[in-house]
Design a protein around this ligand. Sequence first.
Ligand code: BGC
Length: 513
Amino acid sequence: MAGGVVATGGGGTHHEGKITLFVIVTCIVAAMGGLLFDYDLGIIGGMTSMDQFLLKFFPNVYIQMKDQSGVHHHSQYYKFDNPLLTLFTSSLYLAALVASFFASSITRIMGRKISMFIGGIFFLVGSLLDAFAINVAMLIIGRLLLGFGVGFCNQSVPLYLSEMAPPKIRGALNIGFQLMITIEILIANLINYKLAKIKNGWRFSLGIGAVPAIILCLGAIFLDDTPNSMIERGKQEKARKMLQRIRGIDDVDEEFQKLVNASEEAKKVDNAWKNIIEAKYRPQLVFCSLIPFFQQFTGINVIMFYAPVLFQTLGFGSNASLMSAVITGGVNVVATIISIFSVDKFGRRILFLEGGIQMLLCQIAVGAMIAKEFGVSGVGSFNKGEVNLLLFFICAYVASFAWSWGPLGWLVPSEICSLEIRSAGQAINVSVNMLFTFIIGQVFLMMLCHLKFGLFFFFGGFVVIMTIFIAFFLPETKNVPIEEMNSVWRSHWFWARFIPQDMVNSHAHLQDL
Ligand code: BGC
């Protein structure tokens, strides 16, 4: 097959056809999968500071919170330190981690669509169990099911989006997933804010998660699978029709042939897992492992999980803290939209680099302010001006995450892997992401107790490392057709040494891009 059928004269971008309404609508529905992911994260952040919820399920935390005579009662760093509560919050991510391995095989063998559907069903059942929970066990089982849902959706949705999209707007369509994530966090914050005072408000907060789950399930029934996945599963003719439909042109021969080639290549290898550890896939293995790790070590989820708790700790009071979470939630959405408009124009690298520098500056500022006010004793309070300044830096931090590591953490791993390793690469991405989301969720409160303001410098240190890493090692992937990525590695100063020439020949060339 090497060198064969591919017409390279026009370069990689010739075969993409139009940007059809069909492909956009399809991608919007699929991106609903993102709604499921963080809705819960947002909700849980707020709920863990709702009195009624704590009183019902975690009475000890409640007592500890109200108790003014505890050992650490003066220190703002020690509030809410309860292992059961953190385990409850983080259990979802552990479940998602486990599920992503099953989801990987199902996504490959049965297609992206089925995998999304399964994710939706898990999420639906999980939301309902939680909404009607009468004891901690039910609450936790519900949460584990939500985690399975997340495992399936985060495996299949980003792949679905990246395979459906025309290369020119692949970044934008893929970030639709992250946009949904952020919209959902915002909705969750708003709902928490409204429902905090209502009797059993937390039940509604949890139950509303069923809505996007239903939309995704229905969507997945009506959506078609990606041409790549159809070819992978031997449905050639259907795949060609699908390609014509999503590209809006009849002549899709060139792109179709490339997909078929990619699939042939993929068939030569029997095991994606064995494959991805081969030297020639080193760049993909490295990025699929390190990108999610770094994404979590930006420290974003310290803000996302615990924003209400954190703000309370900083002296905002119960209502004000939810309000602040809404503000950061809003910034998250707006900045993600900015990312959608820049990612295919300026590229992934610029966003990563700018985002990294901005995050670092904000972390230094926040850390310094907290150090000044609370010091190591944890006693102190901010005045109004300081609170506003702090909020400003937190918003600027969230914004920079939201146009860089947030969306790119899902986009880049889903677009750099060739078909034969794609499902394995994505499974690594999801599971590493979940593992570190879990770990950070677990140890954050403990870290806050020990590192105090240093926590912000700790994450800042990681931001320095990841930004340097991106600067040297990540090649630009904007506008490159997804089945032609090998050429990108082949022309990179460092990764070229891993990529044999014939890997590039069997796909297309990039000179004209
Ligand atoms: C991350 C989540 C994070 C969210 C915030 C996502 O890309 O994977 O861990 O909570 O962004 O918007």
